[in-house]
Write a protein that binds this ligand. Structure first.
Ligand SMILES: Nc1ccn([C@@H]2O[C@H](COP(=O)(O)OP(=O)(O)OP(=O)(O)O)[C@@H](O)[C@H]2O)c(=O)n1
Ligand SMILES: [Mg+2]
Length: 410
């Protein structure tokens, strides 16, 4: 048997980027050979094994043939006579189809029958062969790589192939968990807008996330939004979230916050009265479809509902500020509220010409929350009870103490 380093590890080292995990391919071995050497089989769909010590993934060289629609719609052929070249041919992109010796230091020659090095140099994401079609998750992978490798373009013939796959209905059969897995990874890349632009260009966005796709072509008021187009704005917000190193929950909230602008009645345009409620409803559908984790869903909901109020919070008096904090459940969930404020800053600065404008609302509401949280409520409640107050009246005494604290802090 012969073992080669493949995939992201070879690509990233050639790009002089940090290597996180290493994928290996094994040529000339049977599953029995692998278990005899102490490897543990882990692949459900593919013959993949874990190394007894490093626990890295070793895949037997294989070919794949399509047998149906969607992820898992293919049969795998693996045998000791499948060559390295054949295995590389069924991989997604030329830059991911370079093999290196197992003990590669980065200096020795690599095996590169599909010219992945040339595409690394030319900064191109290009499919290896027609076998690309066999796994529609690759549409999402290409989009995600575009968000990561921001100076790479998708080869026209690859985009065309992706378009054909979408037209053939391949994107309709993607497993929701896999979609979220890829989308959430892409959101965490350097320029997440590029993922959605690639998905949009091949038609997959209309299938996977029509709530976002609809935003292009929908105008907003130019005095608030010089970029005018709602889709363009959504992308600016997302890239601002990446620029400000936001966590996934914030990036997801940014993605969803204006969905409601896509369903604004035509006669209301370019105004979007009530889009916050519509966004909140639409994002529930997306979260159910993709089984989005609760922390992402809950933050997205708060941001969708309250972003307009947070933007306008500079005009609010202390009582209204406290009501805003309460609507956001900020006193019980201060960390989530801090994330909502960050998402709102991304929204405000994700506008053409506003990128470097300060967003004082964030600090002001954070100060108000800190002041409200600092109120020691037990003695306030006790004093109210001693004055003969009961139930809701005690609650009002606590609220009024918090309001005073907020007023003093602002
Ligand atoms: N749908 C897929 C998934 C993976 N691969 C191949 O398997 C390798 C390893 O897959 P994975 O670790 O998921 O991706 P990487 O390219 O290593 O990228 P990352 O940095 O995200 O790990 C890829 O490089 C590619 O050759 C593929 O062809 N098609
Ligand atoms: Mg990898």
């Amino acid at each position: 048997m012969k073992i080669y380093m493949v995939g992201g590890a070879v690509r990233d080292r050639l790009l002089q980027r940090p290597v996180h995990d290493t994928d290996w391919v094994v040529v000339g071995a049977s599953p029995e050979d692998m278990t005899a050497r102490g490897f543990t089989p882990v692949g459900r769909d593919f013959p993949v094994f874990l190394h007894p010590e490093t626990h890295e993934e070793y895949a037997l060289a294989r070919t794949e043939r399509k047998s149906g629609m969607g992820y898992r719609g293919f049969v795998v052929h693996t045998a000791p006579d499948v060559t390295l070249e054949e295995d590389l041919a069924r991989r997604d992109l030329t830059i991911n189809a370079i093999a290196a010796p197992a003990d590669w230091t980065g200096a020795e020659d690599v095996f590169d029958p599909y010219h992945g090095q040339a595409d690394l140099q030319a900064r191109v994401l290009r499919h290896v062969t027609e076998a690309f079609r066999e796994d529609p998750v690759r549409i999402l992978r290409v989009a995600r790589f575009a968000a990561r490798f921001t100076d790479f373009t998708v080869a026209p013939e690859t985009l065309q192939l992706m378009r054909e796959m979408v037209d053939a209905g391949e994107a309709d059969h993607l497993v929701p968990e896999r979609v979220w897995q890829e989308i959430s990874r892409g959101l965490m890349e350097a320029q997440p807008s590029r993922m959605f632009e690639v998905l949009r260009a091949c038609g997959a966005l209309r299938v996977l996330l029509p709530e976002l796709d609809r935003l292009w072509g929908v105008p907003q008021r130019a005095e608030y939004h010089p970029e005018v187009d709602s889709g363009v704005h959504a992308m600016l917000v997302l890239d601002m979230a990446a620029q400000l190193q936001s966590p996934l929950s914030v990036r997801f909230a940014c993605l969803c916050h204006d969905f409601g602008k896509g369903t604004t009645p035509a006669e209301m345009l370019p105004r979007h009265i009530g889009h916050e409620q519509r966004s909140a409803r639409l994002l529930q559908g997306v979260c159910a479809r993709w089984r989005v984790p609760n922390d992402c869903k809950e933050l997205a909901d708060v941001v969708a509902r309250e972003h307009g109020n947070i933007h306008r919070s500079g005009e609010l008096n202390p009582a209204a500020v406290l009501r805003l904090l309460e609507r956001c459940d900020a006193l019980r969930k201060p960390a989530r509220f801090a994330e909502a404020l960050l998402a709102c800053e991304c929204d405000a600065r994700g506008r053409t010409g506003f990128e470097d404008r300060p967003y004082p609302q964030r600090q002001r509401l954070q100060t108000a929350l800190d002041a409200a949280l600092a109120v020691d409520t037990a003695p306030v409640a006790q004093a109210a009870a001693q004055r003969g107050l009961k139930g809701p009246a005690i609650g009002e005494a606590v609220a009024s103490a918090r309001q005073q604290a907020v007023a003093q802090a602002l």
